[in-house]
Design a binder for this molecule. Structure first.
Ligand code: FE2
Ligand code: FE2
Length: 139
């Protein structure tokens, strides 16, 4: 398992936690498929489908938080949105080229080494602060 569920802290907005849990499941599925591909199995179809799921889910995850931020008018919106946009771009570039040999190495390293600490850190910092502010507006 790439990411244990309890590695991702809980924030003050339930729907955000649910989306984070779903993303952990997806990342763990992709990690398992990377492992199978590295041991020579043909998992191209399943991996391609899961990568599309991940791109869609990350977009849902980020845009849902951005919608909540706009609706509650919290002041952290521009900086939080900026960080989401940076990761949207990075992930988009990396996922676009996973089928080539070099691209796959880059993709695997990104999913296994970059994503888990980024995800835990983003939730522990920006998501936690933002959810706390939003929960006070919504209370
Ligand atoms: Fe989040
Ligand atoms: Fe976020």
């Amino acid at each position: 398992m790439l990411i244990a569920k309890d590695a991702i802290p809980q924030v003050a907005i339930d729907i955000m936690n649910e989306v984070h849990d779903e993303e952990v499941v997806l990342l763990n599925d992709i990690d398992a498929l990377i492992e199978r591909r590295l041991s020579g199995e043909d998992v191209e179809e399943a991996l391609g489908a899961r990568i599309e799921d991940l791109m869609e889910h990350v977009e849902f995850h980020f845009s849902n938080e951005e919608r909540l931020m706009r609706e509650t008018g919290v002041p952290v919106y521009p900086i939080h949105r900026g960080e989401h946009d940076r990761v949207r771009d990075e992930l988009g570039t990396i996922c676009a080229d996973w089928r080539s040999e070099e691209g796959f190495a880059r993709f695997a390293a990104y999913i296994r080494q970059t994503m888990p600490p980024w995800f835990a850190n983003h939730v522990a910092t920006m998501d936690t602060v933002t959810a706390h502010m939003m929960s006070q507006v919504l209370a």
